[in-house]
Design a binder for this molecule. Structure first.
Ligand code: HEM
Length: 149
């Protein structure tokens, strides 16, 4: 009996070690560098606060938000940016097409929003390469956000 238990021990150890390696390596190799460059959740929140202050003050974008719940949108945008940057978050909002359909956002309004985001990132000292990386993830979304005839 003792012999059996002993002989199983290395197998159990091997299984435990491989489970540990799998757990460690999945987090060690997850690319959260962009998330860290933005300063994690707090850094993203600062950028989004400033981004929304600007969009709500900008005559080219503010009317689109009439009647919308800004705290709700900001919460969802924080989740979405966090996920896009490889952070430890889950996005619980709608698809970009569903969220923006019928709002009448055109190319000019989208470009104005991106301009406001760029100003918000610059104000919060986000490194230039990190700004570019986020923008390269957002720009293709224009296709779903803009209302096209
Ligand atoms: C890449 C750029 C953008 C991203 C990533 C983005 C992302 C989001 C997200 C995550 C939501 C919440 C989703 C949900 O309600 O489930 C949202 C809602 C909304 N967005 Fe955007 N957005 C972008 C550009 C814009 C622009 C340029 C405008 C207006 C000029 C705009 C206007 C709105 C409005 C009005 C809502 C609320 C819709 C509602 O409550 O029914 N968005 N957006």
């Amino acid at each position: 009996m003792l012999v059996l238990t002993r002989s199983r021990l290395p197998i159990r150890c091997a299984l435990a070690v491989s489970a540990l390696i799998a757990t460690c390596s999945s987090s060690a190799f997850a690319d959260d560098s962009l998330y860290r460059q933005f300063g994690g959740k707090a850094g993203i929140e600062h950028v989004i606060d400033d981004f929304y202050d600007r969009m709500l003050d900008d005559p080219r974008t503010k009317t689109f938000f009439d009647g919308a719940s800004i705290p709700r949108i900001e919460k969802l945008l924080n989740q979405q940016f966090c996920v896009l940057m490889g952070g430890p978050c889950v996005y619980t909002g709608r698809s970009m097409r569903r969220a923006h359909e019928g709002l009448g956002i055109d190319g000019k309004a989208f470009a104005a929003g991106i301009e406001d985001l760029k100003l918000a990132m610059a104000k919060n000292h986000i490194p230039a390469d990190a700004q570019k990386k986020l923008l390269s993830k957002l720009m293709p979304m224009a296709h779903d956000i803009e209302d096209r005839p």
